[in-house]
Unconditional design. Structure first.
Length: 180
C-alpha cells in the first residue's frame, strides 16, 4: 500500500479469505425505495460495495460504476451503492433526491441503498462488517472519504478494498467483476 493509501486508510488491500465472526449473508440494508434488502440473496455472487455521494469530486465515478454494471453478468456480480453524508456533507439529499440525481445524471441501474453512516457512533452494520476484522475475519479498514470500494467474494468473504482514487474500471476491479 502506498503512502496515500496509508494516509487515507482505505488503500488497496487484498486478504486471504477466511470466515469472519459475522456471516455476510446475515446482513441487510434498506434500499432507496425503503425496501429491506437481505444479503442472503447475494449468496454465490461477487459484490462490490461503494460509499457514494452526489456532491463529491469523485461523483463522476457513478458513470464508471454503471459501465461496469452494464458489462457484468448480473447472475454472478452485483454493485451496492451506499450513499453517505459523513464526508464533507456531500450527500445531504433525501432518498428521492439521491435516486433522481443518480438516474438523471448517470443512468444508474445498479442497486442503491438508503443513506447510511459509516463513521462515528451509528455505523451501519454493513460498514461495521466491512471495516472491522472481528466482524469480517480478514482485515480492518478505515474509510476516510467517499467512493471507497470493498470487494466481497462469492463465498461472502471480505476479499479486497480500494481507494476512492481507484477507478471502478481498473484492471483489478474489472477482473473481480468478471469483465474483460
Amino acid at each position: 500500500m502506498g503512502l496515500l493509501g496509508m494516509l487515507l486508510g482505505c488503500g488497496h488491500s487484498v486478504a486471504q479469505p477466511v470466515h469472519g465472526a459475522v456471516d455476510f449473508y446475515s446482513l441487510s440494508a434498506q434500499t432507496l425505495d425503503g425496501e429491506t434488502f437481505d444479503f442472503e440473496q447475494l449468496r454465490g455472487k461477487r459484490v462490490l460495495i461503494v460509499n457514494t455521494a452526489s456532491e463529491c469530486g469523485f461523483t463522476p465515478q457513478y458513470k464508471d460504476l454503471q459501465a461496469l454494471w452494464d458489462q457484468s453478468n448480473h447472475e454472478e456480480f452485483i454493485i451496492l451503492g451506499f450513499p453517505c453524508n459523513d464526508f464533507g456533507n456531500q450527500e445531504s439529499g433525501s432518498a428521492d433526491d439521491i435516486k433522481s440525481f443518480c438516474s438523471k445524471n448517470y443512468g444508474v441501474t445498479f442497486q442503491m441503498m438508503e443513506k447510511v453512516s459509516i463513521k462515528g457512533e451509528h455505523v451501519h452494520p454493513v460498514y461495521q462488517w466491512l471495516t472491522q476484522k472481528d466482524q469480517n475475519g480478514n482485515s480492518n479498514a478505515n474509510v476516510r472519504w467517499n467512493f471507497c470500494k470493498f470487494a466481497v467474494n462469492e463465498e461472502g468473504q471480505w476479499s479486497a478494498s480500494y481507494l476512492m482514487t481507484t477507478s471502478p474500471l481498473s484492471k483489478d476491479i474489472k477482473q473481480f467483476a468478471g469483465v474483460q
